[in-house]
Write a protein that binds this ligand. Structure first.
Ligand code: A2P
Length: 280
C-alpha cells in the first residue's frame, strides 16, 4: 500500500480503500461534520460509522458537502444489536440510509454477534436480510463485526454468501490470531477497530522505542503495523493534526524483526470488550 487510495480487494471484487476513518465516539453535529470533511479533504476515501454512534446524519452531511464524488468514497455503517432479525434489519437499514442520505451503501456490518441459546438463529436471520439487500444491489458488500471463529462457523452453516469483512478490535497486544487465521482461510478481510487500542497504546515504552527508530509516532507505527499484517486499520480522531498524522505512513516500512516484536507484545490495553461477554 502506497497511498490512501490504494485498496484491498474483497472476495466479491469490490475495492476498499486501505485506511478507513473511524468515527466511534465522534459526537453528532458540527464536530462530526467538520472532522469527516477534513478527513476527506486530507485524502481519506473510506469512512466508517454505525447506527449506534449516533453520527450517521453528520457523516452523510459531510459526504454530501465534500468535494469528492460519491463513487470515489467508501461508506460503511453497522446494524445495531436491538435491530437484529429479518424484518427489523430491513427497517434499520432504511433508517440508516435515510440518516446518511445515500442511494447505496458500500459496506453494511452486523455490529456484534447475538449470543446465548438463540444467538445462532438470530444471526442467521439477520444475515438473510443482509443477503437480500446485497442481492438487490442496495449494498456493495456485506460483513460482520466482532465475530469470533465460533460465531462465524455457525453463521456459515446457513449463509448463502460468505461475509466479505470481519471488523474486530485489533492492535499490538491484541491480535485475536484464531479469528484472523479463520478469516484468512475464508477470504474474509479483517478490519481493525481501535488500532491505537482506543489511545491506550500511545504511551507504551516499547512501541515508542520502535516508532522512534523510524522517526514516527506510536500512532503511525500501530496503523502501519495493521497494514503490514494485511488488515485494514480504522483510526479515529477528532483532531486535525492527528487526522493528518495518521495518514503519513506510506514512507516507511517496519522491519520483519520489529513486526515480530510488535506481534509478540503481551496485552497492553484496549477496549476491554469481549463478544461473548457483552451485555448490550
Ligand atoms: P482524538 O479523537 O481526541 O484526537 P482508536 O482509533 O484506537 O480508537 O483511538 C482513538 C483515540 O486515539 C482517540 O482518543 C484519539 O483522540 C486518539 N488519537 C488518534 N490519533 C492519534 C494520534 N495520532 N496521536 C495521539 N492520539 C491519537
Amino acid at each position: 500500500m502506497n497511498s490512501l487510495i490504494d485498496t484491498f480487494k474483497l472476495s466479491n471484487g469490490v475495492e476498499i480503500p486501505c485506511i478507513g476513518f473511524g468515527t466511534w465516539q465522534t459526537p453528532e453535529g458540527q464536530v462530526a461534520i467538520d472532522t469527516v470533511k477534513y478527513a476527506i479533504k486530507t485524502g481519506y476515501r473510506h469512512i466508517d460509522t454505525a447506527a449506534i454512534y449516533g453520527n450517521e446524519k453528520s457523516v452523510g452531511q459531510a459526504v454530501a458537502e465534500s468535494e469528492v464524488e460519491r463513487k470515489e468514497l467508501f461508506i460503511t455503517t453497522k446494524l445495531w444489536n436491538t435491530e437484529r432479525g429479518y424484518e427489523t434489519t430491513l427497517r434499520a437499514f432504511e433508517q440508516s440510509m435515510k440518516n446518511l442520505k445515500l442511494e447505496y451503501l458500500d459496506l453494511y456490518l452486523i455490529h456484534w454477534p447475538a449470543i446465548g441459546e438463540e444467538g445462532a438463529k438470530i444471526n442467521s436471520e439477520t444475515w438473510k436480510a443482509f443477503e437480500k439487500l446485497y442481492k438487490e444491489g442496495r449494498i456493495r458488500s456485506i460483513g460482520v463485526s466482532n465475530f469470533l471463529e465460533h460465531h462465524l462457523r455457525s453463521l456459515l452453516d446457513t449463509a448463502e454468501i460468505v461475509p466479505m469483512v470481519n471488523q474486530i478490535e485489533y492492535h499490538p497486544g491484541y491480535r485475536q490470531q484464531d479469528t484472523v487465521t479463520f478469516c484468512e482461510s475464508h477470504n474474509i478481510l479483517i478490519e481493525a477497530w481501535s488500532p491505537l487500542g482506543t489511545g491506550r497504546l500511545l504511551k507504551n515504552p516499547e512501541l515508542a522505542e520502535i516508532a522512534a527508530k523510524y522517526n514516527k509516532s506510536v500512532a503511525q507505527l500501530c496503523i502501519k503495523w495493521c497494514l503490514q499484517n494485511g488488515t485494514l486499520p480504522l483510526p479515529k480522531s477528532i483532531t486535525q493534526q492527528r487526522i493528518l498524522e495518521n495518514t503519513q505512513l506510506f514512507d516507511f516500512t517496519i522491519t520483519d524483526a520489529d513486526m515480530k516484536t510488535c506481534n509478540d507484545l503481551p496485552y497492553i490495553g484496549g477496549s476491554g470488550l469481549h463478544p461473548d461477554e457483552i451485555d448490550f
